[in-house]
Design a protein around this ligand. Structure first.
Ligand SMILES: Cc1cc2nc3c(=O)[nH]c(=O)nc-3n(C[C@H](O)[C@H](O)[C@H](O)COP(=O)(O)OP(=O)(O)OC[C@H]3O[C@@H](n4cnc5c(N)ncnc54)[C@H](O)[C@@H]3O)c2cc1C
Length: 485
């Protein structure tokens, strides 16, 4: 860490607020605008310096959904969808807080500058931020001036109009505690150490996907072999700071992300879209020995997690036949077929299995045996009984198993794209951070991708990052305002 000068700023009026928020993504800005409109003073600390500082919220595709269901569906329907997506892993109280608040939260957002509308034929796309993208490959055109980018700008404008604002270039590094209560945050800004004091502190810094040491410890032996499929600004600071003052963490081993082609690691035109989730779930996904290592039926988020856990995540392939590549490869909003090849990614082809094996470097005998076992299980109708089960769950980003032909075959080198981490700080249904003694740490809350309890688990269940950030932000802002007043 660089040495920094200490600036005695704690006594300055602008360094004091009822609520200090770390991170100006959707969670932080929602909490800030809501708390300010409820009459308490707010300061938002943001590590990014630019006007349009990088954040996953800004890069997002802007689809508000809960486990791929319409956010205005009855709460019981949404609760059941969360339980199904996470195979029962999601905490009940946190799920009910999410599903019980999402409809009013989305309406609140629409009243506070969000332009929302239908973005496609799929049922979960009824509440997308306008204008939306998801139809163009690569990062360069994905976010600038799109709905999520505009939303953050609009929330900041409303925050400023309420007399509050974002302090840019302010990276929070530690929490100030007195008698077990959190009373402020120390930040590095412009080479100085500054202190912000507050009655309540909210951590909304977006997870730890951008911290290679933490990713190595919890998610993948080779973080450098994962494609950072997002802003990469989640550095784990909130989790680290809260751990230092006695917080609990959970579910740190799972992330939300997608299956990408390996070229996405070095080519910004190939992420965040197109993704290969549907293709990978229709294929067999194998390692360099030609063996399957994961249940493709759990869908792309789960496959991406399994790829990341491999000793060499870049030595993985989706193996399928040309017919499946022509059908599954051409599905979803921005189909990978032919986009990835048009942008220079490798797709190995072979008229038969041995040619494909020679071209891709996969061992022919082992690949043939894997495929034969897989096809037999699919034909017999019981692929879930395989040593590495292949379950059958028809889902938005997955496919039912089909026999894969050994003629006209395709092998696509894969890469795991990591968007945000699903685990983190344990919170209660009011977003209060829970300590190792099982009780809330006074004055400390957390929201959005830095929290645990809703997503992940053995099925790497994905519930929806924007919905989580929005509801947490709203609930945390209201809770802080209620306590301060
Ligand atoms: C390409 C892409 C597409 C997506 N599409 C969707 C979608 O369609 N639907 C959906 O539900 N989800 C989507 N997501 C996920 C969603 O964007 C995130 O889950 C959500 O925005 C997280 O919000 P957040 O406020 O918790 O974190 P973030 O948006 O990551 O904000 C955290 C902020 O904290 C700042 N920060 C970090 N450390 C510090 C520190 N120490 N001090 C001060 N500031 C700090 C960061 O700079 C950042 O601005 C997508 C994500 C990406 C990248």
């Amino acid at each position: 860490m660089n040495s920094v000068a200490t600036s005695d700023t704690a006594g300055n009026a602008e360094n004091q607020a009822d609520l200090v928020i770390v991170g100006a993504g959707l969670a932080g800005l929602t909490a800030a605008v809501r708390a300010a409109e409820l009459g308490i003073t707010v300061v938002v600390l943001e590590a990014g310096r630019e006007t349009t500082y990088a954040a996953n919220s800004r890069y997002s595709g802007g689809v508000f959904h809960i486990a791929f269901q319409d956010v205005h569906a009855p709460p019981q329907t949404l609760t059941a969808a969360v339980a199904q997506a996470t195979a029962g892993y999601a905490d009940t109280a946190l799920t009910e807080a999410l599903t019980g608040n999402i409809s009013r939260a989305v309406r609140w957002l629409a009243d506070h500058g969000a332009t929302l509308g239908t973005g496609g034929d799929l049922g979960f796309m009824k509440n997308m931020l306008y204008p939306y993208s998801l139809r163009e490959p690569g990062l360069a055109t994905h976010w600038p001036d799109k709905g999520a980018d505009r939303l953050l700008t609009e929330l900041e404008r409303r925050l400023n109009a309420a007399g509050a604002g974002i302090v840019r270039g302010a990276r929070a590094i530690s929490l100030a505690m007195r008698n077990g209560r959190c009373e402020g945050v120390a930040v590095h800004r412009d080479g100085c150490l500054e202190t912000y004091s507050a009655s309540a502190v909210l951590l909304a810094d977006g997870g730890f996907q951008g911290n290679p040491n933490m990713v190595r410890r919890y998610i993948s032996p080779m973080p450098e072999s994962l494609c950072q499929r997002g802003a990469g600004t989640g550095l784990g600071d909130g989790i680290r700071m809260a751990l230092q003052v006695g917080a609990q963490v959970a579910g740190m081993d799972r992330f939300y992300g997608h299956v990408q082609c390996d070229a996405a690691l070095s080519d910004d035109r190939l992420w965040p879209y197109p993704i290969l989730d549907i293709v990978a779930s229709a294929a067999i996904v194998v390692d360099s020995t030609g063996r399957r290592f994961t249940d493709e039926g759990l869908g792309g988020v789960s496959i991406a997690n399994a790829i990341a856990r491999q000793d060499d995540p870049l030595a993985t392939f989706a193996v399928l036949d040309e017919k499946l590549w022509e059908s599954c490869g051409k599905q979803f909003l921005l189909p990978p077929n032919p986009t990835i090849e048009e942008h220079g990614a490798t797709v190995h082809r072979g008229a038969d299995l041995s040619t494909l094996a020679a071209r891709s470097g996969l061992p022919a005998d082992s690949l043939a045996s894997t495929l034969e076992t897989y096809n037999q299980a699919v034909r017999s109708g019981d692929p879930a009984a395989l040593d590495v089960p292949r379950t059958s769950r028809d889902s938005t980003l997955g496919r039912l198993p089909e026999v894969i032909s050994t003629r006209d075959m395709v092998a696509i080198p894969l890469c795991a794209g990591i968007t945000y981490t699903m685990g983190g700080l344990v919170i209660d249904d009011r977003c209060r951070v829970i300590g190792r003694d099982g009780r809330p740490i006074p004055g400390l809350s957390a929201a959005g991708a830095t929290t645990a309890g809703l997503e992940g688990g053995p099925a790497s269940g994905y519930v929806g990052g924007l919905a989580k950030a929005l509801v947490h932000g709203l609930v945390a802002g209201e809770d802080a305002a209620g306590r301060v007043r």
